[in-house]
Design a binder for this molecule. Sequence first.
Ligand SMILES: NC(=O)c1ccc[n+]([C@@H]2O[C@H](COP(=O)([O-])OP(=O)(O)OC[C@H]3O[C@@H](n4cnc5c(N)ncnc54)[C@H](O)[C@@H]3O)[C@@H](O)[C@H]2O)c1
Length: 263
Amino acid sequence: MDLKLAGKAVMVTGAGSGIGQTIACAFAREGAVVAVNDIAEDLVGKTVALIEQAGGHAFAALCDIGSLDAVQAMVASLAARDMRPDILVNNAAVLLASAPFLDTRPEDCEREIRVILHGTMNCTRALLPGMVDRHYGKIVNIVSDAARAGQEREVNYSAAKGGVLAFTKSIAREVGRHNINVNAVSPAATNTPLRQGLLRKLADRIGEAAVQEREEKIRRAYPLKRIGEPDDVSNAVLFLCSDAARHVTGQVLGVNGGYTMIG
Ligand SMILES: NC(=O)c1ccc[n+]([C@@H]2O[C@H](COP(=O)([O-])OP(=O)(O)OC[C@H]3O[C@@H](n4cnc5c(N)ncnc54)[C@H](O)[C@@H]3O)[C@@H](O)[C@H]2O)c1
């Protein structure tokens, strides 16, 4: 199916790594122009280079999305280069501690909520006026089955993602009249640097053999018997950002091997 994304201007947050990088590259392959946001300059550079080496078009969009001022400045600098995104993928997130709630530090909790929830709201606040003016827009927020099913040792992260879920539905109701679709994609376990980092920390705590046993249990718990890959997520995101999904808004699409099935 031709998703007709060629020429569209897209911003992907947290596009320096993992799922965000895969989403940014997938849009570029479809002929979209991509603003590659990340907080880490070297990671932004890597994704921009990947896109350009493949013949695509990308803009570096370095900033900490947890700061509204920084996001507004980034969007203004894109506009100065004639780049006005009609498509926004709120993907950036941090998971600072995988520990029981009472063992987590309040400052880590604050940071997770700032990046995940406020970051999503900041980028939406900055780009939505342009979408309203142009009477066209697509927003996809990457949430997590940790929020939908609940996840021990990831309580702060899950709570922040739950906020993004509620934000998705509420803002979808507000902006539908402006021809703007807002949806969420909810991955479960997906092979990315974030997940590999968690597994390494877990191996330090419980040993490599126990981690492998746990991985096998996760695979068995998923009806499709596999851990997700970043392109499983990017395929869903591209569909929701296309006019093939023009009648879909306020929805949460699980890309999770069937881990949660919520009607
Ligand atoms: N990997 C999984 O198993 C999994 C499961 C469910 C949901 N998710 C979600 O998918 C998304 C991508 O996860 P991933 O596994 O690719 O993570 P990742 O850690 O590989 O990538 C996240 C990127 O976000 C960037 N980032 C962090 N803070 C930022 C900030 N303040 N401003 C801008 N960029 C910032 C990081 O530098 C990094 O490049 C996240 O929203 C995550 O919660 C991942």
